[in-house]
Design a protein around this ligand. Structure first.
Ligand SMILES: *Cc1c(COP(=O)(O)O)cnc(C)c1O
Length: 365
């Protein structure tokens, strides 16, 4: 038995992988692999339409939002967002960004290529150990949009609140990178203008980017925006302006069906709270390990932690691997360890990790 704690690409439900294997050579008697199908044929149309419908149902996406299946990952979307929204108020204006970690920092850097950026709040001085208090954000009255990363995959901080920004900004839409926690918890989509994320953390394979965008935010792209990245073009063509990542969408669709069988997002959220509590409670109970993140903004999905004696890091990772606990090494920019415990990580995986943490401490403490 192996448990995979990778931050992404990441663990997928075994049942989904088994079903994909069973259907690999011949999908539902079509005589074709999904990979071999025309994206405009009736077989594939049924796959993508079901996936879109299930995503809408699972995430409670209101009717006045489009769900787009795009490519290029969240990093490409960091450019696509200003190209679609910077001129929302008529001419290229200022965009507000909240800097809460490595991924926000990247988003800010990319946006600066397209528009003026106001970093309205930042926790960089405190090494991103907390989300800046909403009361301290210095938003621009005329901001085209306000960008947040609601779960910082590398630093391990997660918003436990939905920031209200409309009143301070003359109704600027809130734009959120949810790559690493989309579908892990209930979200009031109507509070956001745009939600986006790569699929390879909490949904499916790499290659698919999910963009949820409110209807009134379509049709404002800058002239330099590539047609394939203009949200309106993508929406008008039902995510088929160019060939979509067909196989990644198919696997995401199987994950959506798996999520529905588990009880949907509310059940996932319940399990994710339990899994995160188990791990953080143990880490808090011992001086052998430590965490850096303020308890009120710890991520339920990505749990960075450190051994008090970092000279033991290699031995810890080697022992973990022997116990079937894979990919626990922290991101190189922050060091230490990181356990990513997405939807597809069962409680038993976190129990096995805690068991190993205890054992390693006993032998080395
Ligand atoms: C992984 C990740 C990204 C980068 O996604 P790509 O698919 O590599 O472009 C961006 N933002 C967050 C929050 C992530 O976790």
């Amino acid at each position: 038995m192996v448990y995979n704690f990778s931050a992404g690409p990441a663990v997928l439900p075994k049942e989904v992988l088994q079903q994909a294997a069973d259907e690999m050579l011949d999908w539902h008697g079509s005589g074709m692999s999904v990979m071999e199908m025309s994206h405009r044929g009736k077989e594939y149309m049924s796959i993508i339409e079901t996936a879109l419908r299930d995503m809408r149902e699972l995430f409670s996406v209101p009717d006045n939002y489009k769900i787009l299946f795009m490519q290029g990952g969240a990093i490409a979307e960091n450019a696509i967002i200003p190209m679609n929204l910077a001129a929302l108020r008529g001419q290229v204006g200022v965009a507000d960004y909240i800097n809460t970690g490595s991924w926000s920092t990247k988003s800010i850097k990319e946006a600066r290529r397209y528009c003026e950026v106001n970093v309205a709040a930042s926790s960089e001085a405190g090494k991103f150990a907390r989300i800046p208090d909403r009361a301290d954000w210095r938003l621009s009255r005329n901001a085209a949009y306000v960008h947040v990363c609601t779960n910082e995959t590398i630093d391990g901080v997660e918003y436990q609140f939905t920031p209200e920004v409309a009143a301070d900004t003359d109704n600027a839409p809130l734009v959120a990178d949810m790559s690493s926690h989309i579908l892990s918890r209930a979200v009031d989509v109507s509070k956001y203008g745009v939600i986006y994320g790569g699929a390879q953390k909490n949904i499916g394979p790499a290659g698919l980017t999910i963009v949820i965008v409110r209807d009134d935010l379509l049709g404002h792209a800058l002239p330099i925006c590539p047609s394939a990245f203009d949200w309106k073009t993508v929406a008008d063509n039902d995510s088929m302006y160019n060939t979509p990542p067909t196989y990644a969408i198919y696997i995401a669709g199987l994950v959506f069906q798996w999520l529905k069988r588990q009880g949907g997002v509310p059940e996932m959220e319940r399990r994710n709270i339990a899994k995160a509590a188990l791990l953080y409670d143990y880490l808090d109970s011992t001086g052998f390990y430590r965490t850096r993140i303020a308890s009120e903004c710890r991520s339920r999905m990505n749990v960075p932690f450190y051994l008090h004696d970092e000279a033991l890091n290699d031995a810890f990772l080697a022992g973990a691997k022997e116990h079937g606990l894979l990919q626990l090494k922290g991101h190189k920019s922050v060091g230490g360890m990181r356990a990513s415990i997405y939807n597809a990580m069962p409680l038993e995986g976190v129990q096995a990790l805690v068991h190993y943490l205890q054992e390693f401490e006993r032998q080395n403490g």
